[in-house]
Design a protein around this ligand. Sequence first.
Ligand code: ADP
Ligand code: MG
Length: 391
Amino acid sequence: MKSVKDIGKLKNKSVLLRADLDVPLKKIGRQFKVDDDARLKDLLPTLTYLLAKQAKVILIGHLDRPQGKEVKSKSLKPVCYHLEKILNQTYAFKSKKHIQFIPIERYIGSAALKAVENLPAGGVVMLENLRFSDREEKNCKRFAKKLSSLGDIYVNNSFSTLHRKHASLSAIQSYLPVYYGLDVIQEIAHLQAIKQKPAKPLVLILGGAKVNTKLPVIKSFLNKADCVLVGGALANTFLKSLNFEIGRSLFDESRIQHARKIFNVNKIILPVDVVTQKDIKKVDQINKNDKIFDIGPTTVKMFTDKLKSAKTIIWNGPMGKFEEKKYAHGTYALARAISKSQAKNITIGGGDTHEAIKNESYKKNVFISSGGGAMLEYLAGNPLPGLKIKS
Ligand code: ADP
Ligand code: MG
């Protein structure tokens, strides 16, 4: 993997910088504002490095899932304003940096090319949400080629999307020299150590709602992990696949067969009791109208016991609908158990999982990854479409 610091001369070079711009927005009056800018702050070291070296930077990225259509509420414009603000607050440049925003009708058209041509050394522009075009998620080669025409060099600083086979992450690699941002380099360096030689026992904790990204990695982990503790809608999907009644709980219909196939009684540990909209129930007592929203107290005890002897802990996905206080106990109890754990290495990833643990204080042995799905895929040993390793 080549780092942004391995690029030779940068002065006047156009750098297409794939960033993680997917931050939560909040509507205030008629305007959207950035609600949490942690990901943008992570971008600053790489961005300022490039600007200090007098490169011309073209920021590209996505926001949320507009499904290939132009959706006003998912525009990157407020992100552009916010990034400009924190860039100027944090770093002292000779003059204030302005980040020019290139709206959808212009991007990758001749006007976008012109905007880039007119950029001075050390200047920066941001393109509108790439997912406004359906060609981004289709990994369209022509789209990638057009994007690449804006730059001389491609730098990827978006660790959290490395598992996505999209045009600005994967197809683009065929058209420009590929380098990685400081964040990606740092995350990979950390995760590589755990991937190669994890201290045992290794306990994997999986939960949350995105069954799609989490279930497939379990199989790759089955030979590495000593046990896999499962909560959230992922657990519901397993329970359903084993013919348990789960009532009206959230689960992923399309993954039932898959869940049944990989279920391994020795390693995959499912909840034995759960919290429903009404009360705490054993998993074999759920009726048609119940909704499972959290793991129950016996399960919490069972899971935290497993964590006591763990030497490596990897966690992605909350145990329940933790945004509602009455369903947060399972997730918070695990967060606390992990903060007290004697494990040598603890790695926690995923946007919602971050949100759930943010009030917990963690020691040095805890690594918070900026990615959920990407972290799991990498640790499982699966290839990441966004990662080009020197051949
Ligand atoms: P992460 O962002 O950490 O990877 P996900 O995005 O997969 O996690 O899932 C987080 C979401 O899952 C949260 O919004 C949470 O409310 C929801 N969730 C977890 N368990 C349940 C459940 N049993 N029923 C409904 N929603 C759930
Ligand atoms: Mg999430």
